[in-house]
Design a protein around this ligand. Structure first.
Ligand code: AKG
Ligand code: FE2
Length: 408
């Protein structure tokens, strides 16, 4: 596989020696959960590619601002519509969840080793692969992040385009404002616009993509990502304990060169919510996602046992956490990345802000050695993270999941 591509944007990095632990895993792998074959790769980790210059007849490569399309009030074009043979069906009305999304008190979980909270975490990870956290100390900041993000998307299109993810208006790059890369003419497009930024390593931030309007944007994002890192670490410690690993075993997998991206998703109202998705089905490819959802407008749906369940909007300052496929590989399939999608609605706009925690591109990802023994051999092959991310993208464009290809 070609390892050229998007990772060329990274400078040579020092790979930190990982801390070894001596514990072993006593947790049984979960029963397999179905995965969708289409969405295991959004623009998050798409290689930074420079396709040859679009010719006049290749204008289909350049997606429109969905916000602008929505403002016309016209029906979405066929490029946004689900097809008859949609692999996971065309019924976008999600079912009501059989139980409320598990809410875990992060203060209790991390400070007091609370057995109830740990049990809730285990159950959430084994059933849904996602859960909410409360008591995380980010409450005030969540409002600022949402307000600032909305202000950004309300700016005139010319202002937002200053941060475009299309170089010279043509060549796709991973960071910036815009939409997914359009690879093929029949690619189904998402009804959303995004601003996608690398936030860590901090010395790799490309500030040219960080909006200067609204004025508070950069400071708010900086503070938010610092604090949300603490949440990620608390959760990783609790997860390590569930796996009978040394407490810092998972935290130590993330070196100071580990990648973190923030993605601001903006979903305008859509005249055809019955046929158009805000984000197509996918599993997040990094290890862990901290998701700040719109507190008034629902849209997220999660696939479980062949049914799409709607996640209700919550106005209680909880943050949604979900496992990504890197974690699935690291935990040898014990914790799995749920397949999810976002639906649209005819009346209201929706916003969400996702922070994705990944690994150092130079690091090899694979099942953690301390989880393996004779009874529980490795279920995934090892792969260099940067190659994994490139492969992820290649598989995605073929409608396959890279994680399945790594299965032994
Ligand atoms: O908007 C949401 O609730 C989910 C967004 C999402 O799945 C993503 O950005 O990967
Ligand atoms: Fe996602």
């Amino acid at each position: 596989m070609s390892s050229c591509g998007w990772w060329l944007v990274y400078s040579l990095m020092t790979v930190r020696t990982e801390k070894k632990t001596t514990s072993s895993c006593l947790v049984q792998p979960l029963p397999s959960r179905e995965h969708n074959s289409q969405g295991d790769g959004e623009d998050l980790d798409q290689p930074r590619k420079y396709p040859r210059s679009p010719m006049a007849d290749e204008s289909w490569r350049l997606p429109n601002s969905v916000q602008q399309l929505a403002a016309t009030g016209q029906e979405p074009s066929g490029r946004y519509l689900l097809r008859e043979d949609e692999p996971l069906g065309r019924n976008l009305a999600g079912a009501e969840m059989p139980e409320a999304v598990p809410v875990i008190d992060l203060g209790l979980l991390s400070a007091s080793n609370d057995a109830d909270e740990a049990a809730k975490l285990r159950s959430a990870l084994q059933t849904w692969g996602f859960f909410q956290v409360s008591n995380h100390g980010m409450e005030a900041l969540m409002d600022s992040v949402m307000t600032t993000s909305r202000e950004f998307f309300r700016l005139p299109i010319e202002e937002k385009r200053k941060y475009s993810n299309l170089i010279d208006g043509k060549h796709f790059q991973i960071e910036g404002y815009g939409n997914d890369q359009v690879k093929t003419q029949d690619q189904r497009l998402d009804w959303s616009d995004r601003l996608h930024l690398k936030v860590e390593p901090e010395d790799e931030r490309n500030l040219a993509h960080w909006p200067i309007h609204p004025e508070s944007f950069r400071d708010v994002l900086h503070e938010y990502t610092l604090k949300s890192k603490r949440i990620k670490d608390d959760i990783l410690r609790a997860m390590a304990k569930l796996l009978d690993l040394e407490e810092d075993c998972l935290v130590n997998q993330f070196s100071d060169r580990a990648l973190t991206y923030a993605r601001f998703n903006y979903y305008p109202p859509c005249p055809r919510p019955d046929l158009v998705l805000g984000i197509k089905p996918h599993s997040d490819v990094f290890a862990l996602t901290v998701l700040l959802m719109d507190k008034d407008v629902a849209g997220l749906q999660v696939l479980r046992d062949g049914t799409w369940y709607s996640v209700p909007a919550v106005s209680n300052y909880t943050l949604m956490i979900n496992v990504g496929v890197t974690m699935e590989i690291m935990t040898n399939g014990v914790f799995r990345g749920p397949v999810h999608r976002v639906v649209t609605n005819a009346e209201k706009e929706r916003m969400s802000v996702a922070v994705f925690y990944g690994m150092d591109p130079e690091k090899e990802i694979g099942p953690i050695a301390d989880m393996l023994n004779e009874e529980q051999p490795a279920r995934y092959r090892k792969m260099k993270n940067k190659d994994f991310l490139v492969a992820h993208y290649e598989y995605f464009t073929r409608g396959e999941r890279v994680v399945d290809a790594l299965r032994i």
